[in-house]
Design a binder for this molecule. Structure first.
Ligand code: SF4
Ligand code: SF4
Length: 402
């Protein structure tokens, strides 16, 4: 039995579909259409399906759900559409409509994602499971195995202070921690604070911030996602219009849509500030850049990553070939749609192999985990790292031992 959400909400969102003139220019850019060749797996096809359901011309069924589920929400279509169709809003509304009773973020998960202390505790428990060998024992359980394959070694967990003052501060910024990054990529957050402080920016870390709401939105839990965005708006409001920097473009995408241009990817901010007398150590190597879809198509801030890395003397900064196509990570997509995720991952692995690179940077932890897992599976030794973490290393930042 299918449980459907509010049809009026879907109808309202479907007004956006009226802007689509069915020109088909988005089709060749869509990764799922490229793989399946099916109109129903293209942006134009999905827009027509959503519109038909919203206006009662089509009864929603499992097939409809599948075509909606198979969308990566990479928003490449939005980027190439000459009519500016806001596809992201449409697909979010379709997901909220489909089976909300089944998809609603589990109450416990939502409770955890809204509390920093609970997110931190989850990180400590994961680390404990790793140190005691429990993580190894749990491998082999189907779903857990898939998650385990993606996870890196869980780093030592860090408590975050409310303020990291710079010596001779010339500005202030706020840092968004994110749930996944604050558990799995504490080094990037520490690196971000190091670089910002070195450049003269004091860093505020509001303690009541929570998950960005992206996980809930992807699960069709519009209410949960909205609650988390509202909590974050509240957490950052005492800081006035101070820039809010993110180290995960997947988080930045939702926050920027909700809180406006005050939210920026950290690389975009760092690329525009005065580097004064700060010169990172030279790194005479080729660095390939993976453009995350959320950074490229939604935040539209992928170019500054290249400008930022150009501060590293002797480094050659190159785009990873095929950057216009999603890697298949796409938040929880890599877990919920493993077949398509794997096909798209394979393309990235081929691009990595062909590039001959040993260093890949990505501004989105989901992409980094997904690509790194593929590289491990293929026995390819290549580091996948956040650009700011790489920069911090070249600025003398010492990382914690695992
Ligand atoms: S979404 Fe835009 S590009 Fe795609 S068919 Fe509609 S108008 Fe054309
Ligand atoms: S968001 Fe990505 S996968 Fe979904 S229709 Fe658009 S281009 Fe295709």
């Amino acid at each position: 039995m299918l449980f459907m959400g509010n049809l009026d909400n879907l109808k309202l969102a479907a007004k956006e579909a009226d802007r689509c003139v069915a020109c088909g220019l988005c089709l060749p850019a869509c990764p799922t259409y490229r793989k399946t060749g099916s109109e129903a797996d293209s942006p134009r096809g999905r827009i027509q399906l959503i519109n038909a359901v919203a206006h009662g011309r089509l009864t929603p069924n499992e097939k409809f759900n599948q075509h909606i589920d198979q969308c990566l929400t990479c928003r490449t279509c939005e980027n190439v559409c000459p009519n500016g169709v806001g596809y992201g809003k449409l697909i979010d509304a379709a997901r909220a409509f489909i089976a909300p009773a089944q998809r609603r973020t589990e109450k416990l998960a939502r409770w955890v994602l809204q509390r920093r202390s609970a997110i931190a505790l989850s990180g400590r428990l994961l680390r404990l499971a790793q140190l005691t060998g429990l993580r190894r024992l749990l491998r082999g359980l189907a779903r857990l195995d898939r998650i385990d394959r993606l996870l890196p070694a869980i780093p030592a967990q860090t408590g975050w202070k409310s303020l990291y003052p710079a010596v001779n501060a010339r500005g202030e910024v706020a840092l968004f921690l994110g749930c996944t990054s604050s558990i799995l990529d504490t080094e990037t957050l520490r690196a971000a604070i190091h670089v910002l402080n070195r450049l003269g920016y004091s860093v505020h870390v509001p303690q009541s911030q929570c998950c960005c709401g992206g996980i809930a939105r992807q699960q069709g839990d519009a209410e949960g996602s909205h609650d988390m965005l509202a909590q974050n708006a509240q957490a950052f409001s005492p800081l006035g219009d101070m820039p809010i920097l993110t180290v995960v473009s997947g988080c930045g995408m939702g926050l920027r849509d909700h809180l406006g241009k005050r939210v920026s990817d950290i690389s975009a901010f760092l690329a525009t500030v005065d580097w004064q007398d700060v010169t990172p150590d030279a790194l005479p190597t080729r660095i390939h850049v993976h453009d995350a879809c959320s950074l490229r198509n939604a935040m539209r801030q992928h170019k500054p990553v290249y400008d930022l890395l150009a501060h590293i003397p002797q480094a050659q900064i190159l785009p990873l070939p095929g950057n216009d196509q999603c890697c298949g990570g796409a938040g929880s997509y890599m877990l919920t749609q493993p077949d398509m995720a794997k096909r798209l991952q394979d393309d990235k692995i081929e691009a990595c192999k062909a590039s001959g690179t040993s260093l890949l940077v990505s501004s989105n932890i989901g992409c980094a985990l997904h690509i790194a897992a593929g590289l491990r599976d293929h026995g390819i030794v290549m580091e996948v790292i956040h650009p700011v973490r790489l920069l911090a290393r070249q600025m003398g930042h010492k990382e914690n031992a695992a």
